[in-house]
Design a protein around this ligand. Structure first.
Ligand code: ZN
Ligand code: ZN
Length: 144
């Protein structure tokens, strides 16, 4: 589930000017790759990380206050980076941790990936494993 968008960065270093007539084909290939990669970079930068009205729930690690932010207010940084907004209650900077909805009991809890990568999410309310519960829920809804 890891999203790697580093393609544009690594390819760009290849795009160095070459003297003489040599390597036209090579240069054309590099231009094509760089073109695709930078289009991708531009697209992902312009693409809003969330739909127009997408309310994200957060919990403050400092005071435990839960608040909602519009996904559109997300600062323009890389899409695969977690967003740590400032707490509107205690005003601590970068203490907001994103919450997800448990697919089993529909209660919110802090998404462990926003704290640490590659960890499993277990619902503190009902003990359901996030991915498993999501899979089961998708299966259930498909049956309907
Ligand atoms: Zn707070
Ligand atoms: Zn649950």
């Amino acid at each position: 589930m890891e999203t790697e968008l580093r393609e544009g960065e690594t390819r760009r270093s290849w795009f160095t000017r070459r003297g003489g007539k040599a390597n036209y084909l090579f240069a054309a290939g590099v231009v094509a790759i760089v073109g695709v990669a930078s289009t991708w970079t531009i697209l992902t930068a312009l693409w809003p990380p969330a739909p127009a009205v997408c309310l994200l729930h957060f919990e403050c690690t400092q005071c435990g206050h839960q608040f909602v932010m519009d996904g559109q207010d997300r600062p323009a940084h890389r899409i695969d980076e977690p967003w740590y907004p400032d707490c509107p209650k205690c005003k601590e900077p970068n203490t907001g941790r994103m919450m997800i909805v448990c697919p089993a009991c529909e209660k919110y809890y802090v998404w462990s990936r926003s704290m640490k990568r590659g960890t499993r999410d277990i619902c503190p309310h009902c003990g359901a494993d996030f991915l498993k519960a999501l899979e089961e829920r998708i299966k259930r809804e498909q049956k309907k």
